[in-house]
Design a protein around this ligand. Structure first.
Ligand SMILES: NC(=O)C1=CN([C@@H]2O[C@H](COP(=O)(O)OP(=O)(O)OC[C@H]3O[C@@H](n4cnc5c(N)ncnc54)[C@H](OP(=O)(O)O)[C@@H]3O)[C@@H](O)[C@H]2O)C=CC1
Ligand SMILES: CCCCCCCCCCCCCCCC(=O)OCC(=O)COP(=O)(O)O
Length: 316
């Protein structure tokens, strides 16, 4: 009876056309927004670290398609060359063909970072957008983990991006324009068991780049921190373990994660809109972030229970 009444209401009134109209306007609005943010990125000089795989490689592809001039960074020369050849042969959405530059360096080597910053600036003379994407994850119990592992993760995920940012910042300040992007993680907002070094490095990233945003506002420099949830990349495969060896396995959560191409589109949109802080994840991690602030006691209990369960399943 109620169902019939609702159906009558829907068919006899203007609800349906109104609904479709609203949906249409919303979709049109989204398309226009996407076009506007893409137009904003045309001819901008964009540096992407960790461009050899995963999210970094996809960011390179979407920013190239939007008409950006790229400087691609990583350690793996062959992977950088392969991506450069691919992009050099493909037109941007406006029909131009830009061949990206490549700069190879290791984020654990401070000397190499300083030299790389000089090379990066020589490519086009300036940098508009720096995307600090390169990173490594970790798996292990704190009690088993050698301190060298904590240091290594901090070097790659925190000190390296900080050093690169500081090296490129003066040229941005001189031009009174620039945009620094930090790819953090949901684990930059909440810590989960057996990820201590990774979560710590991402919390530090969040804190540093939040400070940078405030300090640089008067110089016209924008800062965006992006915190994704699981993405289907090689992050878990390349993760370091308690003794420093490679984890070498693709985790279930990672394999079920979002496609890096899709996440890269969200990164492009966030950068185009000059967003300050973006969380790209499903509902549960999103709620967990709020739970950590609003009811920390409950959050800590859930995490302790996760730790107990994980330890039990490892020992059985
Ligand atoms: N995958 C996921 O579930 C999530 C990932 N993220 C973040 O996204 C970012 C990209 O990771 P993702 O694409 O997933 O993982 P990948 O392992 O696929 O990519 C990591 C990139 O970082 C580079 N890199 C690693 N170590 C170094 C180093 N010492 N010096 C210079 N570059 C280095 C690698 O390049 P090379 O080997 O050539 O040096 C590679 O391009 C990371 O910051 C990660 O924390 C955030 C949330 C979720
Ligand atoms: C009001 C109800 C709230 C219910 C909260 C329940 C708590 C659920 C816990 C959820 C934890 C989510 C963790 C998400 C972690 C994540 O997405 O990390 C992204 C990464 O960086 C992945 O790196 P990794 O190396 O860990 O694969």
């Amino acid at each position: 009876m109620l169902k019939e009444r609702v159906m009558d209401l829907v068919t006899q009134t203007a609800i349906l056309p109104l609904l479709f109209g609203c949906l249409g306007i919303f979709s049109l609005f989204r398309v226009l927004q996407r076009i506007r943010s893409r137009a904003h990125l045309r001819d901008t000089v964009v540096v992407v670290t960790g461009a050899t795989s995963g999210l970094g490689r996809e960011c390179a592809r979407v920013f190239h398609a939007a008409g950006a001039k790229l400087v691609l960074c990583g350690r793996n020369v062959e992977a950088l060359e392969a991506l450069t050849s691919e992009l050099a042969g493909s037109r941007t959405s406006q029909g131009q063909m830009y061949k990206p530059y490549t700069v190879t360096f290791d984020l654990t080597d401070p000397g190499a970072i300083a030299a790389a910053a000089t090379k990066i600036l020589q490519c086009f003379g300036y940098v508009d957008i720096l995307i600090n994407n390169a990173g490594v994850s970790y798996r292990g119990a704190i009690s088993d983990t050698i301190v060298d592992v904590d240091r290594k993760v901090m070097e790659i995920n925190y000190f390296g991006p900080v050093a690169l940012t500081k090296a490129l910042l003066p040229s941005m300040v001189k031009r009174k324009q620039g945009h620094i992007v930090a790819i953090s993680s949901v684990q930059g907002k909440i810590s989960i068991p057996f990820r201590s070094a990774y979560a710590a490095s991402k919390h530090a990233t969040q804190a540093f780049f939040d400070c940078l945003r405030a300090e640089m506002e008067q110089d016209g420099i924008k800062v965006t921190v992006i915190s994704p949830g699981y993405i289907y990349t090689n992050l878990s495969v390349n993760a370091v373990t308690a003794d420093g060896s490679r984890y070498g396995a693709l985790d279930k959560n990672t394999a079920r994660g979002r496609s890096p191409a899709e996440v890269a589109q969200d990164v492009l949109a966030a950068v185009g809109k000059k967003k300050k802080d973006v969380i790209l994840t499903d509902l549960l991690p999103f709620l967990a972030i709020y739970l950590r602030t609003l009811a920390p006691g409950i959050f800590f209990r859930i995490m302790a229970s996760r730790a107990r369960k994980e330890r039990k399943s490892k020992n059985s």
